[in-house]
Design a protein around this ligand. Structure first.
Ligand code: F3S
Length: 662
């Protein structure tokens, strides 16, 4: 009886699948995108992608608009060159390869040499070679390694870091490590073979040991597919093919002869990382034709259908170890053959955080399996869902204690906003509780970090209602209480002018407003506050008095050191003659400014030798006159001036006047 067993790990690996998805998405958005080299080592798949607008080019110069770095990655200089050309660069480097770039870069900064075990012509190795900061070499086998050891004694003599191509043969790698450890004394070895590759190779080895023949599907240039064929060929007859048509054309007769020579024949199928699922199915169809055996066909179909089986299932909670992190996802190991994959949006409920903000390589985290992709063998997980469960427990506690919960506004919905707590719980905040003014826009608080009070929880429906406003009110009350507690006369503030009246301005002192009267704004004489301040100005003020009961604070913006009266007393004395400017006229005389902030009174009797009955007839505002300081009342800050005293006979006239008054 014919038996066909398909390897669970056959087909697209995580990195290739991801690169294809990235390219197809970019092409659907931009129309045409270019990939630097073929995205995958499979001509059929490349042609299919071309039809979708994904065009391979050999150099960045051939691209137009947008270029995609494939899963193999590229040297640092390539990224720089793309930037120089002004192209948009979409990086689809596999996270496992990206990890090697980081290892090479970071560990060679101290001048250490780097050895890459792999094919120096393979694009992945070419890319890795472009990330070292010191000397870097590549060896592909024992001969090349021994040749390097023999020919260059200085290489790795001080210290050496070793990485390995992700798709390198596991057995060869084990052998080469022994030689490296023996020869190099100060060596750090990083086992960077991809788990998908290890699994695929181990399964191919095991399957080929129990089968009479193996069909290995892969592109002619796919090194990982070639390696699979080598592994299988060591155990049984192996047919290497790129697709179903080639299998039929080149191997049909050999397969018929093989099948006919066995009564019970077991044929295994595996495929390289670049082989799409549809090609595996086409191979199956051709195999059906070749063997013309419906029973076999059914078994083959069953084998395809069962490919691959995973032990994880949706909804299962698992522990995951982070093995790679990049800007769009985290790759995790959940202790099974399949790679675990947590997209950025499933890592955290906070849209402001990148995967690198949430986890780092080596972290062990709790996750929930969200999807098992049988076709590709990937397990998709969510950390966010686990966080949300924990978040709900904290929400209940916060309600009980009336404590404030921190979160981020993640969406604007009908009637309010959704706030996602730091622990991942989703909370509905009605517009009236959002703290946004009635005529404001809820969008203004989108992505903002906020505190909220839990006002309602419906555990059954998983519904939580919160109030940002209540939290803000509590915070404001606390600030105010502290303000009054710490307030004292003489305390200084820098406050913002919030409003203005003709008699003064109101200044926000940090939640509480104080008032600066017009006369306390400046030492100079002003008629309206707008002459010296504007709304929004920052003002340095000092507390003059306050009343906690009436919640009133009186402030002054005058600084003692600027007091013009002090200046006047230092610079002027009685009998000094000064040039003054008339600033106002009254029935009993005129006020004149001596220096800014100090005015003197020219009494009506001191204006002229003649008798003056109407001051405005002899003096006018703005007029500059000479006058003598005749009196200074320091206590009352008053100055008397006389024009008459400077006129001939002025003093005598005064004496006569005084005598007649007596
Ligand atoms: Fe990445 Fe491993 Fe595939 S390194 S591209 S997932 S074989």
């Amino acid at each position: 009886m014919m038996q066909i067993i398909t390897a669970e790990t056959a087909g697209f690996c995580f990195g290739v699948k991801r690169a294809c998805e990235i390219a197809e998405k970019a092409a659907s958005e931009r129309g045409t995108v270019y990939t630097l080299g073929q995205l995958i080592h499979n001509n059929d798949a490349v042609e299919t992608l071309r039809k979708h607008g994904v065009i391979p080019v050999e150099s960045p110069e051939e691209a137009n608009g947008c270029i995609i770095i494939r899963s193999h990655g590229a040297a640092r200089s390539v990224y720089d060159h793309i930037a120089e050309l002004g192209l948009v660069c979409i990086d689809a480097t596999c996270p496992y390869v990206d990890r090697i770039h980081k290892i090479v870069d970071e560990n060679s900064r101290d001048g250490s040499d780097t050895l890459v075990v792999g094919d120096k012509k393979h694009p992945e190795v070419v890319g890795i070679l472009g990330f070292a900061n010191g000397d870097i070499r590549a060896v592909n086998d024992e001969n090349e390694l021994n040749e390097l050891i023999k020919s260059d004694k200085n290489f790795g003599a001080k210290s050496l870091n070793v990485v390995v191509q992700t798709t390198f043969d596991m057995c060869k790698w084990t052998d080469l490590q022994k030689i490296i450890k023996k020869h190099y004394t100060n060596v750090k070895i990083f086992d960077t073979i991809c788990r998908a590759t290890i699994n695929r190779q181990e399964e191919a080895a095991a399957l080929s040991q129990q089968c009479d023949a193996m069909i290995v599907i892969g592109g002619a240039h796919s090194s990982n597919s070639r390696k699979l064929a080598d592994i299988c060929a060591a155990n049984c007859r192996t047919f290497f093919t790129e697709n179903a048509a080639q299998l039929e054309k080149e191997h049909r007769s050999a397969l018929i002869s093989l099948i006919s020579s066995y009564n019970d024949v077991k044929i295994g199928i595996t495929a390289g990382a670049s082989t799409p699922a549809y090609i595996i199915k086409e191979v199956h169809n051709i195999m059906s034709e070749i063997i013309k055996d419906e029973a076999v066909d059914a078994e083959f179909m069953a084998a395809i259908d069962q490919m691959p089986r995973v032990r994880a299932y949706a909804g299962n909670r698992v522990k995951a170890t982070v093995v790679a992190v990049n800007k769009t996802e985290a790759v995790v190991d959940i202790g099974i053959k399949q790679s675990g994959y947590i997209p950025a949006e499933e890592l955290s409920a906070n849209p402001n955080l990148t995967p690198e903000d949430v986890v780092k390589v080596g972290d062990v985290i709790d996750c929930i399996v969200t999807k098992v992709n049988d076709a590709d063998g990937f397990v998709y997980l969510s950390k966010k869902q686990v966080d949300a469960q924990a978040g709900m427990e904290k929400i209940l506690k916060a309600k009980e204690e009336n404590s404030t919960v921190k979160g981020t506004v993640t969406a604007v919905v009908k009637g309010g906003v959704i706030v996602t707590s730091e622990d991942g719980a989703r909370v509905f905040v009605p517009a009236s509780q959002s703290g946004v003014p009635r005529n404001g826009k809820l969008e203004d608080i989108l992505k903002k970090e906020v505190g909220f009070k839990v006002i309602e929880v419906n555990e059954g429906r998983g519904r939580v209602v919160g109030s940002i406003k209540a939290s803000e009110r509590e915070a404001t009350d606390a600030v105010k209480a502290k303000f009054w507690e710490e307030l004292e006369v003489g305390k200084k503030f820098i406050g913002e002018v919030k409003s203005m009246e003709s008699y003064g301005v109101f200044v926000d002192l940090g939640g509480v407003d104080g008032m600066v009267h017009l006369t306390e704004l400046t030492w100079n004489r002003v008629k309206h506050p707008k002459e010296v301040v504007a709304i929004g100005d920052k003002l340095e003020v000092t507390v003059k008095s306050f009343d906690p009961e009436k919640k009133r604070v009186s402030l002054t913006a005058k600084k003692p050191e600027d007091n013009p009266w002090t200046k006047f007393m230092n610079e002027f004395a009685i009998d000094d003659v000064v040039k003054v400017q008339i600033v106002s006229i009254t029935p009993f005389g005129a006020f004149a400014q001596i220096i800014p902030g100090v005015d003197g009174l020219i009494h009506i009797s001191q204006i002229s030798l003649e008798r003056v009955t109407d001051v405005s007839k002899v003096l006018s505002v703005g007029q500059i006159v000479e006058a003598k300081i005749t009196e200074i009342d320091e206590e009352k800050s008053r100055v008397s001036l006389s024009i008459k005293a400077l006129l001939d006979g002025g003093d005598a006239a005064d004496d006569e006047e005084e005598a007649s008054e007596e």
